[in-house]
Design a protein around this ligand. Structure first.
Ligand code: FPP
Length: 237
């Protein structure tokens, strides 16, 4: 099978990586941010078109204040390097509850998104304060409002109209979802969009997920048989 066009990654295991080394959890996030850069560079080189990263879930606000602060500062540093995305013509967009972030972060997100909006080669999507159920509820609310005001008839609502009201409407659905650290669940990430995605779970902790581990995952994807509920070519003969 060919390469996945869109890979979505649940970057898990930063805390455990740090704990194993007797370091604070925040040290794991810092190394995790470096891993992210390496993996994005590699994915682009490989010809992947879209990479979506679960960087902060809508539940992560409940973590200790110090850890949330470290993550916010890492996002800040990352966004400050925005010039690199612009120079390399990488489109960057964000999904999630943007309104929950500090004004300076929101401003940086908006700016980077508009500066890179027309780039076509490689698209990085950062899921920040993202939760799929919340996104689905928002889409339902928007459609209900339109139906109540007569802008749309309830019978006109189909899968395509629904998908067009999700925050992911501007990107293709993921072909491949990778989760590191051995946990085998989606944890409220791209629930609608991953309906037919191939899932891949690896025990490797995110800070240790390197180019080799990425290539290994790609090989597994290429050996999968995607049927979307139908029959594979092999089964048809
Ligand atoms: C999960 O590991 C990871 C996160 C909640 C944060 C992911 C953030 C990064 C990789 C760093 C920065 C990202 C950007 C966009 C600059 P965990 O803390 O749940 O680990 P554990 O399960 O081992 O405790």
């Amino acid at each position: 099978m060919s390469l996945p066009k869109h890979i979505a990654i649940i970057m898990d295991g930063n805390g455990r990586w740090a704990k194993k080394r007797g370091l604070p959890r925040t040290a794991g996030h810092k190394v995790g941010a470096e891993t992210l850069k390496k993996i994005l560079t590699h994915a682009r080189k490989k010809g992947i078109e879209v990479v979506t990263l679960y960087a902060f879930s809508s539940e992560n606000w409940k973590r200790p204040q110090e850890e949330v602060q470290t993550l916010m500062n890492l996002f800040r540093t990352y966004l400050k390097e925005a010039r690199e995305f612009v120079e390399k013509e990488i489109r960057v967009s964000f999904i999630g509850e943007r309104e929950k972030f500090d004004a300076d972060l929101k401003e940086q997100m908006n700016r980077l998104e508009s500066q890179t909006a027309d780039f076509k080669g490689f698209h990085v999507v950062l899921a920040l304060s993202y939760g799929a159920r919340n996104d689905i509820v928002n889409a339902a609310r928007q459609l209900a409002t339109k139906a109540a005001s007569g802008q749309i008839k309830p019978d006109e609502i189909d899968e395509a109209t629904f998908a067009a009201h999700l925050s992911t409407a501007h990107m293709p659905v993921p072909d491949f979802v990778i989760r590191t650290s051995g946990e085998e669940r989606l944890s409220n990430f791209l629930l609608w969009e991953s309906a037919y995605a191939e899932l891949y779970f690896t025990p490797v902790l995110w800070p240790d997920f390197d180019e080799e581990a990425f290539d290994k995952a790609l090989k597994v994807y290429q050996n999968r048989d995607r049927r979307y509920g139908g029959l594979s070519n092999k089964q048809k003969v």
